[in-house]
Write a protein that binds this ligand. Structure first.
Ligand SMILES: NC(=O)C1=CN([C@@H]2O[C@H](COP(=O)(O)OP(=O)(O)OC[C@H]3O[C@@H](n4cnc5c(N)ncnc54)[C@H](O)[C@@H]3O)[C@@H](O)[C@H]2O)C=CC1
Ligand SMILES: CC(=O)C(C)=O
Length: 259
């Protein structure tokens, strides 16, 4: 399984799963374009990637802005000398009872978690077609894209939407040898879960740390997921070994949701 010398763009690369994916792909020999809305942390990840002996470049972009996503893909191609894979990883959580959801809540999360994936799909697919070669589009869904989670209803809806987009894009682009798949992590110990845990505490009175613990206790393999666990699947989906897989939303959760 190899991604050696592939040019790969990762969104949400400043921290958490995106950073973990970038480091794993760099270890495997890929050259990386690191994209995030948070410019300050990107340079540190770039240095970590370069220390592994591959090329890295950074680009600050808000994935909800179509022009910025297209510019990020152009930048990646220019700086890395090619463009082979996009990983539409950036996303935000939202913990809210459905009763309390207002139009601005929907607008904010839809624009990042759904629109951002649409722009990433479009920008990558048009680049692959312009270059006249195959390509891979890999999107972040979740266990919450397979089961709706209480207090994470709208977030779950966005992750179901990512699965739908993944299937539709796989069908639309297959004739160009572009594959489109999604990864569906479980409970990963990143800043996103710190935020989710805190919001559950505020809403339900559960002591801090207890919601995270409750979810981790429900994992069959008995431990929380790490970004490296997720990165192992993303590395496979980025490699030529996954060439015959398209339109799938693959669970990597240590045993929470069974499909
Ligand atoms: N942490 C978890 O347990 C799980 C996470 N996921 C998904 O994995 C992805 C990564 O999650 P984590 O690393 O845990 O989150 P995180 O919150 O630690 O990192 C997310 C990154 O995305 C960036 N980002 C947010 N909005 C952006 C925007 N508009 N434009 C560009 N970058 C933006 C942030 O600056 C941050 O660097 C997300 O799509 C999330 O929904 C899925 C399942 C489980
Ligand atoms: C953040 C997330 O996707 C879950 C299910 O925890």
């Amino acid at each position: 399984m190899s991604v050696k010398d592939k040019a790969i763009l990762v969104t949400g690369a400043s921290q958490g799963i995106g950073r973990g994916v970038a480091l794993r792909l760099a270890k495997d020999g890929a050259n990386l374009a690191l994209v995030d809305i948070k410019a300050d942390k990107l340079e540190a990840v770039k240095a970590e990637v370069e220390a592994l002996g591959v090329k890295a470049t950074t680009f600050t972009a808000d994935v909800s802005n179509r022009d910025q996503v297209f510019a990020a893909v152009d930048h990646a191609e220019r700086e890395l000398g090619g463009f082979d894979v996009i990983i539409n990883n950036a996303g935000i959580a939202q913990v809210k009872p459905l009763d309390d959801v207002r139009p601005e809540d929907l607008e904010r999360i839809y624009r990042i978690n759904i629109d951002g994936v649409v722009w990433g799909i479009q920008a990558a697919a048009s680049k692959f077609r312009a270059r006249g070669h195959k390509g891979k589009i890999i999107n972040a869904s979740s266990i919450a894209g397979h089961d709706g989670f209480a207090l994470l209803g709208v977030y779950s809806a966005t992750k179901f939407a990512v699965r739908a987009l993944t299937q539709a894009a796989a069908k639309e682009y297959a004739s160009h040898q572009i594959t489109v798949n999604a990864y569906c992590p479980g409970i990963v110990g990143t800043d996103m879960w710190v935020e989710i845990d805190e919001r559950f505490s505020e809403l339900t009175g559960t002591p801090k740390g207890e919601t995270y613990k409750k979810y981790v206790d429900g994992i069959a393999l008995g431990r929380a997921q790490t970004p490296d666990d997720v990165a192992a699947l993303v590395a496979f989906l980025s490699s030529d070994d996954s060439d015959y897989i398209t339109g799938q939303a693959i669970l990597t959760d240590g045993g929470i949701v069974y499909r």
